[in-house]
Ligand binder design. Structure first.
Ligand code: SF4
Length: 447
């Protein structure tokens, strides 16, 4: 039942939330995390306190993911766990799984509402004010919902774009998140200025298909980058992920000369076999991808290049995987992020013959992970002995701070009181865990 409210009724209903306690749980990508933070800010503005560890909550907000079968099952398990922990709480579910299968989630014990992110606060208000659950609603035509939030540590995540028009055959995101849309350059610059006022130094630009920015406003992605580069106080930007066909030479050239865009790219390849790329309906072939990497290396030789790969797609025979492996081995990139193909209801990929067994998927994934480790070691080793700027972040271990160099090398230093500052760090050997280089802060060094 949809409720309309006059101003008085609205005030009463907002009052109904005052002093209530909420917990927030997010599954999936950085975009989801940024959106949950924005929901949390809205709830706090309406008087809802965030429950501390061990406190019983009145409201549980779950932002779900549906990228794989495992993500679906994790979302369901998280809801059941929250219900056991907070049996009296109202559970509100949103996110990609909620968009794709609202009925499955609504049927879970303890779930009160399954909603799109836009109407979430009003639905919660209505629930507490009238004890009425507004119609379970996951709208098909979704507007652009802005989100800019501080991550766990020092970085901010600014959502610049949402949705996707590409419809790769294995992917459900266009069904879950809708068509490509974006915020205006002016509104995004304003949000970046807000992050700078809160002491933010680094912003990661996030989106589903970030490079497709401009579908709503007719603006160009490169103009957004140029406008953000002028925001005072923000010293670093990273682009979370960009499709190779949308990473133009102009963008690469601009990043190489800009004030604040870091030498760091994250580019999805998905497969190193042309036949598999064709089955996936990707918009490039391996030749194009290799040229793109060369272009990045030409303008920014020291760039960190992270690449996403899916193994075990339907139709990926042993022979095609071997070809893909050889291609990936030869590519001058810094790291591979490996994902196993997951069968998703409603996708075109289900019509492709040649299912890959879980065992083969696991073996292929292990091979790419080892290749990735080699690439990462080779890349890090080049920079040992150099001094690079590092944005230091809090760490759980006392006296130790972690951070990333401009070119995305993870660094560990012994230092105090320097978190959220960018300092020159001389890079040394690998740390004990083998997940970062040790470093020494050299404050007298001019970067
Ligand atoms: S580009 Fe392809 S893989 Fe990425 S979100 Fe769009 S449809 Fe999914």
């Amino acid at each position: 039942m949809r409720q309309t409210m006059n101003y008085f009724s609205y005030l009463c209903s907002v009052n109904a939330l005052k002093g209530k306690k909420a917990v927030y749980l997010t599954l999936g990508c950085k975009l989801n995390f940024a959106e949950t933070s924005t929901i949390q800010q809205q709830m706090e503005a309406a008087g809802v306190e965030t429950a501390r560890n061990g406190e019983v909550a009145d409201i549980c907000i779950v932002n779900t993911c549906s990228v794989t079968e495992v993500a679906d099952s994790k979302s369901r398990q998280a809801i059941s766990k929250l219900h056991r922990k907070h049996p009296e709480a109202h559970i509100v579910v949103t996110g990609c799984y909620a968009q794709l299968h609202p009925e499955k989630l609504a049927a879970l014990e303890g779930v009160d509402i399954v909603v799109g992110k836009e109407g979430l606060l009003n639905n919660v208000i209505s629930l507490f004010h009238n004890n009425v659950i507004t119609e379970t609603e996951t709208p098909k035509a979704q507007p652009f919902v802005p989100a800019c939030a501080r991550g766990e540590r020092t970085r901010f995540f600014l959502k610049v774009q949402d949705g996707c028009d590409y419809f790769c055959t294995y992917c459900t995101i266009p069904f879950a998140r809708g068509r490509s849309r974006n915020g205006s350059i002016a509104s995004l610059v304003e949000q970046a200025e807000g992050a700078a006022r809160q002491g933010g130094k680094e912003i990661v630009l996030t989106g589903v298909n970030t490079g497709d920015f401009g579908k709503t406003t007719g603006e160009r992605f490169i103009d957004l980058l140029q406008a953000l580069d002028r925001v005072e106080g923000i010293q670093r930007y990273r682009i979370s992920s960009i499709e190779p066909n949308l990473l133009t030479e102009d963008i690469i050239r601009f990043c190489s000369q800009s004030r604040a865009f870091m030498p760091h790219f994250h580019i999805p390849l998905q497969s190193g076999s042309d036949e598999v790329l064709r089955l996936m309906h990707r918009r490039y072939d391996t030749k194009f991808f290799a040229q793109k990497i060369d272009e990045v290396r030409k303008y920014i030789p020291d760039a960190f290049i992270g690449v996403d790969v899916i193994v075990g797609m339907r139709g990926e025979t042993d022979e095609l995987f071997a070809q893909a492996y050889d291609f990936m081995q030869a590519l001058p990139v810094s790291q591979y992020h490996v994902f196993s193909y997951s069968e998703r209801p409603g996708t075109k990929a289900l019509q492709i013959p040649g299912k890959v067994s879980p065992k083969q998927k696991h073996e292929r994934s292990q091979q790419i992970l080892s290749l990735s480790e080699e690439k990462l070691h080779t890349y890090y080793n080049i920079y040992k002995g150099q001094t690079r700027p590092v944005l230091l972040e809090h760490s759980k271990s006392t006296g130790i701070l972690h951070g990333f160099t401009d070119n995305y090398i993870r660094v560990e230093v012994q230092a105090k009181g320097l978190d959220n500052t960018i300092v020159p760090v001389a890079l040394g050997e690998w740390n004990e865990k083998g997940d970062a280089l040790t470093g020494t802060v050299s404050l007298n060094y001019e970067l």
